[in-house]
Design a protein around this ligand. Structure first.
Ligand SMILES: [Fe+2]
Ligand SMILES: [Fe+2]
Length: 180
C-alpha cells in the first residue's frame, strides 16, 4: 500500500505555510475562496439580519398592542434568532480579516430583505414570510457559491438557512390561521 496521499498537502508544506502571514489568523494560504467577495456577501447577509431583527421587533411591539399573543411570541423569538444570526456573521467576518458593517447608513440598500411595517397583523406576517423567502433564496445561493472553497462559512450560512426555513414555516402557519 502506498503511503503517498497525493490529494493532501504534505505536512512540511502545511507547517511552512502556516508560519507565513500568521497575522492573518484563521485565513491560511490554503484558503480557497475569494476573500473580498465572501466578505461582501457576509456583510450583505449581516445587513439582512439587522433589518429582519428590526422588522420583527417592530411587529412584536405592534402585535402585543393588538393582543395577538401567539404571533407576538413568534415575532419576538424570531427577532432574537435574527440577532443571533447577525452575531454569527459579524464574528465570521472578523475571523476572515474583514470588518462587520453595522452602519445604519445604506443598511436597507445592503439588505436583501425589506423593512415593511405592515398596518394589520396579517400584513405583518405576510411581510415577514416574504422577507424569510428572500433570505432563504439568497442564503442558499451563497452556500452553493461557497461550495468547498470555504466550508466554515458555508456551514454558518447553512445553519442560518435552516432557521430561516423554520421561520418561513412558522409565518406560513400563522398566516393560514388568520382570518383573510
Ligand atoms: Fe436570520
Ligand atoms: Fe428569519
Amino acid at each position: 500500500m502506498s503511503t503517498k496521499q497525493p490529494f493532501l498537502t504534505d505536512i512540511q508544506t502545511l507547517r511552512d505555510r502556516a508560519r507565513q502571514h500568521i497575522e492573518q489568523g484563521a485565513v491560511t494560504a490554503g484558503y480557497q475562496a475569494d476573500r473580498e467577495t465572501v466578505l461582501k456577501l457576509l456583510n450583505e447577509a449581516l445587513a439582512t439580519e439587522i433589518v429582519c431583527t428590526l422588522r420583527y421587533k417592530r411587529h412584536y411591539y405592534m402585535a402585543d398592542g393588538l393582543s395577538a399573543s401567539i404571533a407576538a411570541a413568534e415575532f419576538l423569538e424570531h427577532a432574537q434568532q435574527e440577532q443571533q444570526h447577525a452575531d454569527w456573521l459579524a464574528e465570521r467576518i472578523v475571523q476572515l480579516g474583514g470588518a462587520p458593517n453595522f452602519s445604519p447608513e445604506g443598511l436597507q440598500a445592503r439588505s436583501h430583505a425589506e423593512y415593511v411595517e405592515g398596518d394589520t397583523l396579517r400584513e405583518m406576517v405576510k411581510e415577514d414570510l416574504i422577507a424569510e423567502r428572500i433570505a432563504i433564496d439568497s442564503y442558499r445561493e451563497i452556500a452553493t457559491y461557497l461550495g468547498d472553497k470555504d466550508p466554515t462559512t458555508r456551514r454558518i450560512m447553512e445553519d442560518i438557512l435552516a432557521q430561516e426555513e423554520e421561520h418561513a414555516d412558522d409565518m406560513a402557519a400563522i398566516l393560514e390561521a388568520l382570518p383573510a
